[in-house]
Design a protein around this ligand. Structure first.
Ligand SMILES: [Zn+2]
Length: 505
C-alpha cells in the first residue's frame, strides 16, 4: 500500500457503533437457541499481534471459488456464492470463517446444510458431523456482498465512478467474501463475475472465459499462483483492457476507463521497462501477468493487488506530483509483486518486509532514472527515524493501528524507516552481498510466506556471518543505531519544526 499525502489530512475516525453489529447480535441471539446444548460460538484468530481475530485455526484453505452478480448499481448488494476447499489441520466441531459485512443465506459443508451464526467478525459454521483432522472439506456460503461500507468498516469494495474495485489491505477481504483472512493462509482463486452489458470485468490472474447470456456476461478469472486474501482484486467498470508485451514475451494488461485510454497510454507504456528494470535487480517477475488498474476513485492510496495493482486514475491525469515521482510510485507497487505478494508476510508485524522493500526499489529507481540520490533520502530518513520509531514503533514491531483508523498501521516507520534498515544492511555487508540476499529472498520464499526471523537468518547465511545482533538493533530497537559509514548522521531534534515527513505515499 502506498498512501498519497492527502490521506494524512483526512480524518478516518468513525463511530464504533454499527448497524451491522446490531444485526449480527440479533442473528446470534436467534441461532443460540438452536445450539443451546453447545458452547457459545466465539470469534477466533491465528494470534496475529496486530489483528488478533484475523484468520482462523484448524484448517488450511487450498482454493476459493467466488461468484459475484453485480446488479449495475453501487448501492445494492451483489449476490454471491463463495466455495472454499480446505484441508483440516485439527479435529473441528465448528469452522470459523472471517466475514463481517453481508447477509448469509445458507451454508453447506461437504454438500450438506450446516448451522451458522455470527460471533464478532466471524461466521461460525457447525457442520452436521464433526470434521476429522487431515481431511478435505468444502464449505459453500451463499451470501450478499455489500458495496456500501458499514459505519465502522473501511476497505473492501471501493465504489468508483463507473463500478467497483477492491482494496482489502490489511484486513478487509472478509468485508467482501467469507474467508480465512490472514496472509499466512494463501490459496488459489477463481472469480466468476456476472455483470450487465457495457461493463468489463477483470480480476487477478488470467481470463478463463466470458459467457454471455442475454444482456449479461459472466467473466471468469483464475490465479496461477497462490494469493493472500488481502491481495484480491475484482474490477467492474466501463473499462478497456489494453494489452502489451512485457519482457521475454510476458503478458501485460492494463485496465483503464475507456474514455481515458488514449490519454493514459504514455504512462502505461512505462510498465514493461519498469518490469525489466526490477527483473535486473531481483530476478524473474513472479506471476503470470501484470498490469495497472486505474480506478476512478479517490482512495488516498495505491495498492499492490496481485497481478493488477490498483491506482487512482487522478494520480496520472491530474498530476499533483512530478513525473519522476509518479513513476517511482508505479515501481513501488510493481516491486510489491515480489515483496509482499509472491513473498507475503507471515504476520502483520512483518509488513516492513513489504513496505521497506517497495520503498527501497522506489528510491533506487528514482536514483537511477531521475538523479534523486538514495543517500540523500536515507540521510533525511535517518534524521526522522527516532521520531518515527517513537510514534509508530520500530519497523518490525509496529504499534497497532489507531482505533477506527486501520490503515494507520501504514506509518513512516515501515516505509522509509524500514528502507533505512535495508540501507544500513547494505552499508554493513556491501552491495554484492546485499543484492545476492535480495535475489535469494524472493527466490527462496516465492509463492509462500516469510517473516522477519527468516530475513535475518538468510541475511546471515548470505553474508557468511551472524547478523542477528546488527539487524535486531535496526528492526526492533527503540532508538536508531549508528549508520555504518556515516558517523555524521544524527537524529533531528524532535521539535515540531524539525519534523518534516516526506509525503507518506
Ligand atoms: Zn507499499
Amino acid at each position: 500500500m502506498l498512501l498519497t499525502p492527502r490521506t494524512r489530512a483526512r480524518s478516518r475516525i468513525r463511530s464504533r457503533a454499527s448497524r451491522h453489529r446490531a444485526a449480527a447480535l440479533l442473528a446470534s441471539a436467534v441461532t443460540v437457541c438452536l445450539l443451546a446444548a453447545a458452547a457459545p460460538a466465539e470469534p477466533l484468530g491465528v494470534g496475529d499481534r496486530l489483528f488478533p481475530y484475523l484468520g482462523n485455526p484448524g484448517y488450511d484453505v487450498a482454493s476459493y471459488d467466488v461468484s459475484f452478480t453485480y446488479p449495475g448499481s453501487n448501492d445494492k448488494p451483489l449476490q454471491a456464492v463463495t466455495t472454499i476447499d480446505a484441508w483440516t489441520t485439527a479435529d473441528l466441531e465448528r469452522i470459523n470463517l472471517d466475514f463481517a459485512h453481508g447477509t448469509v443465506k445458507s451454508v453447506e459443508v461437504d454438500g450438506r446444510p450446516a448451522e451458522f451464526t455470527s460471533a464478532g467478525e466471524d461466521l461460525v459454521v457447525t457442520p452436521d458431523h464433526p470434521l476429522d483432522e487431515g481431511s478435505w472439506t468444502r464449505i459453500t456460503v451463499k451470501h450478499t456482498s455489500e458495496p456500501v461500507p458499514g459505519k465502522d468498516q473501511e476497505g473492501g469494495w471501493v465504489r468508483t465512478n463507473d463500478g467497483l474495485a477492491m482494496a482489502n489491505q490489511a484486513d478487509a477481504a472478509h468485508l467482501v467474501f467469507p474467508c480465512n483472512d490472514h496472509p499466512s493462509d494463501k490459496a488459489f482463486f477463481t472469480f466468476h463475475v456476472t455483470a450487465p452489458k457495457g461493463y468489463t470485468v477483470v480480476a487477478n490472474g488470467l481470463p478463463v472465459g466470458a459467457d454471455q447470456v442475454g444482456s449479461k456476461t459472466t467473466w471468469t478469472y483464475r490465479t496461477q499462483h497462490p494469493m493472500a486474501t488481502e491481495l484480491a482484486q475484482v474490477s467492474i467498470g466501463r473499462s478497456s483492457v489494453l494489452h502489451r508485451e512485457g519482457p521475454h514475451g510476458m503478458q501485460v494488461r492494463d485496465v483503464v476507463p475507456s474514455a481515458d485510454a488514449k490519454a493514459l497510454q504514455p504512462w502505461l507504456d512505462k510498465t514493461p521497462k519498469q518490469i525489466a528494470w526490477l527483473e535486473g535487480k531481483v530476478g524473474p517477475y513472479p506471476f503470470e501477468t501484470y498490469g495497472v488498474l486505474m480506478a476512478q476513485a479517490d482512495t488516498g492510496f495505491e495498492l499492490e493487488t496481485q497481478t493488477l495493482s490498483l491506482f487512482e486514475k487522478n494520480l496520472f491525469t491530474q498530476p499533483a506530483y512530478p513525473q519522476w515521482y509518479v513513476e517511482s510510485i508505479m515501481v513501488h507497487e510493481l516491486s510489491h509483486q515480489w515483496f509482499g505478494d509472491s513473498v507475503s508476510p507471515r504476520t502483520w508485524s512483518d509488513v516492513w518486509l513489504n513496505e521497506g522493500h517497495a520503498t527501497w526499489y522506489e528510491a533506487l529507481y528514482a536514483e537511477e532514472t531521475a538523479h534523486k540520490p538514495m543517500e540523500d533520502r536515507m540521510k533525511a530518513a535517518y534524521a526522522n527515524s527516532d521520531r518515527w520509531r517513537a510514534a509508530g514503533g520500530p519497523p518490525a514491531l509496529p504499534k497497532a493501528p489507531a482505533p477506527g483508523q486501520k490503515i494507520s498501521l501504514f506509518r513512516p516507520n515501515i516505509y522509509d524507516g524500514a528502507a533505512l534498515a535495508l540501507y544500513a544492511l547494505r552499508q554493513e555487508i556491501g552491495k554484492p552481498a546485499f543484492e545476492r540476499l535480495e535475489r535469494t529472498w524472493v527466490q527462496k520464499h516465492r509463492d509462500s510466506t516469510a517473516g522477519t526471523a527468516d530475513f535475518i537468518s538468510l541475511a546471515s547465511t548470505v553474508a557468511g556471518r551472524d547478523l542477528s545482533g546488527f539487524l535486531k538493533g535496526w528492526l526492533y530497537g527503540e532508538k536508531t543505531p549508528p549508520m555504518p559509514g556515516h558517523p555524521d548522521w544524527k537524529p533531528a531534534a524532535s521539535s515540531p519544526k524539525a519534523a518534516k515527513d516526506r509525503p507518506r505515499k
